[in-house]
Design a protein around this ligand. Structure first.
Ligand SMILES: Nc1nc2c(c(=O)[nH]1)N[C@H]1C(S)=C(S)[C@@H](COP(=O)(O)O)O[C@H]1N2
Ligand SMILES: [Mo]
Length: 383
């Protein structure tokens, strides 16, 4: 609740204040009220405290935005999705929006998370500052995506047995980094993953995709780093040879000491993560019971266990999980907590997924600050 929503001007009747000026940002179309988002350059981070009471799905108006440049406005009626390349038996094929809406549809509830989510914690928690968008934990969201399986589209387009790689590409502007034009956002996707569970989505939470999230169509690559889920999809090269782009060779790899020269393999599956639905820092009254809530997720599958600690990880107690229906989404959890005395402390949450993977105490340092999966020490002030 915005506490400024009523005013008593000059002793008159209380009235609703005029709606605040819409909080916008060049390049992002939707409003970005500071209560819901922290803005970083061309990107907007969801505030975790705003997820409290938001339900299982992240509402469109609260979903983080990661834009390399700006959100394009694309006319769905004029839009075409073209598949081309030497991995097709025939020539290029183009589909209209109507063609795609007419194909068998599927729905998946899945998170999309930026590979850089938690980057700021490399600095705050490990003393290993990394360059790039300083996300805390709000570069993740869960939506119900509806669309056509990429496998269906590839079959219709005549993909040959020789195809090994795809290169989906967005229709947004070229990305220029430090004066170098890297071209349009594109990243190779192995055929095996494409045929497994990738969706060409045109709906998010029951409505056409909003402009900022890829209208008219985007990929949804469940469990993988967000950059794989190309927005404003314009074309897909289907290749009989392996493909690469700066998003696979240079960006979205683990670089630096402890990693191979040139970096580790292109990042794919995201690790296990947890976050509290709390402001940073959070404030609580001592001696009272508070119901704490949070969410955990993993790219490898269902989260099966979450434990919390308020003594720096000396002791852990399991918390109750509220969801188990969406293996590619997140699980919500809650537990009652009574802080004893005033002072500062940190709340920790640690999740385990169905493969047995547990959040580590420290994330693997890397030059670009990707894949922060360590247990987060959430600062709390008790008064
Ligand atoms: N065309 C295009 N696709 C894109 C991007 C982009 O800038 N352009 N950003 C990627 C990255 S890095 C992420 S994390 C996700 C973010 O999706 P969202 O903005 O819908 O949350 O989109 C991916 N797809
Ligand atoms: Mo990302």
């Amino acid at each position: 609740m915005d506490t400024r929503s009523t005013t008593v001007p000059y002793g008159g009747e209380p009235r609703r204040a005029a709606p605040a000026a819409p909080h916008t940002r060049p390049g992002i179309r939707k409003p970005l009220p500071p209560r819901l988002f922290a803005v970083h350059g061309t990107n907007a981070e969801t505030r975790w405290e705003a997820l409290r009471g938001a339900g299982y799905l992240t509402p469109d108006g609260l979903f983080f935005v990661r834009n390399h440049t700006t959100t394009p406005l694309i006319d769905a009626a004029a839009w075409r999705l073209t598949l081309w390349g030497d991995g097709l038996d025939g020539g290029p094929v183009s589909y209209t929006y109507r063609d795609i809406l007419g194909m068998p549809a599927e729905t998946v509830t899945a998170f999309i998370e930026c590979a850089g989510n938690g980057r700021r914690l490399y600095g705050e928690q490990q003393g290993e500052e990394a360059p790039g968008t300083p996300w805390r934990l709000g570069a993740v969201g869960v939506a119900r995506w509806r669309g056509v399986r990429l496998a269906t589209l590839l079959r219709r387009a005549g993909m040959s047995d020789r195809a090994v790689a795809l290169m989906p590409r967005g229709l947004d502007d070229d990305y220029v980094e430090a004066g170098e034009n890297l071209g349009r956002v594109r990243r190779p996707l192995p055929v095996a993953k494409a045929l497994d569970d990738v969706l060409v989505a045109y709906e998010m939470n029951g409505r056409p995709l909003p402009p900022d999230h890829g209208h008219p169509a985007r990929l949804v690559v469940p469990g993988w780093v967000g950059v794989a889920s190309i927005k404003w999809l314009g074309d897909i090269e289907v290749s009989a040879e392996p493909l690469e782009s700066p998003w696979s060779t240079r960006l979205y790899r683990m670089h630096g000491p402890g990693h191979p020269p040139g970096g580790g393999p292109p990042l794919t599956t995201v690790g296990v993560k947890s976050a509290f639905e709390l402001p940073w820092p959070a404030r609580f009254e001592a001696g009272r019971e508070h119901l704490l809530r949070g969410r955990s997720w993993s790219g490898r599958g269902r989260v099966v266990r979450v434990e919390v600690s308020d003594d720096e990880g000396v002791s852990w107690r399991p918390v109750r999980l509220r969801d188990d229906r969406h293996p590619r989404g997140w699980v919500r959890w809650a537990f009652p907590w009574t802080p004893r005395e005033p002072g500062g402390l940190r709340l920790l949450a640690r999740a385990t997924d169905e493969t047995g993977a547990v959040q580590p105490g420290t994330a693997a340092r890397n030059a670009l600050g990707y894949a922060f999966d360590a247990v987060v020490r959430h600062p709390v002030v008790v008064t």
